[in-house]
Write a protein that binds this ligand. Structure first.
Ligand code: ATP
Length: 136
């Protein structure tokens, strides 16, 4: 089966993932993208979500909080603001972030930065989804 190298790095942690994979399903600001080996060149911005990485018969999820993805026929390079494999996600921390963001949005206080709270909520939701936790 043909493969393409996937590299994911963050400013905090450096390299988070580097492996030959068969397919990546990811979400960009323009919608969902399925990347196979020999994909056309592409540069796009990612939104917070759980990417699906297909390797052989298996599938791994990898949370990314947003960032940039460059695709060439041989390689996918993602520089994410943050990225975590399922085992590295702290559920209680994500639940706390979810509640904080939800409370801020519910109060409709004119001083809150709505975009920031919505982005925090989206990150928390995506992390919890990876762990199979559904809130509210
Ligand atoms: P919080 O409010 O809990 O910090 P956040 O969404 O604002 O959440 P980020 O800015 O995306 O956090 O990430 C900051 C750092 O903390 C990154 O290195 C990220 O991988 C890590 N991180 C954030 N939330 C979690 C979590 N629930 N489990 C594991 N690592 C996390």
């Amino acid at each position: 089966m043909a493969t393409i190298l996937l590299e994911v790095a963050t400013p905090d942690k450096g390299e988070v993932y580097a492996k030959e994979i068969n397919m990546l399903i990811t979400r960009s600001i323009c919608g969902e993208l399925g990347i196979l080996p020999k994909h056309a060149r592409l540069l796009t911005e990612l939104i917070p979500h759980a990417m699906r990485i297909k390797e052989g018969v298996g599938e791994t999820q990898l949370f990314v909080s947003g960032g940039f993805m460059e695709v060439t026929p041989e390689k996918i390079t993602i520089l994410a603001d943050s990225a975590e494999l399922p085992d590295d996600i702290d559920v209680e921390r994500a639940k706390a972030a979810y509640k904080r963001a939800e409370d801020r949005l519910a109060k409709k206080n004119p001083e809150i930065d709505i975009d920031r709270a919505e982005a925090a909520l989206a990150r928390a939701k995506a992390r919890l989804l990876v762990k199979g936790v559904h809130m509210g």
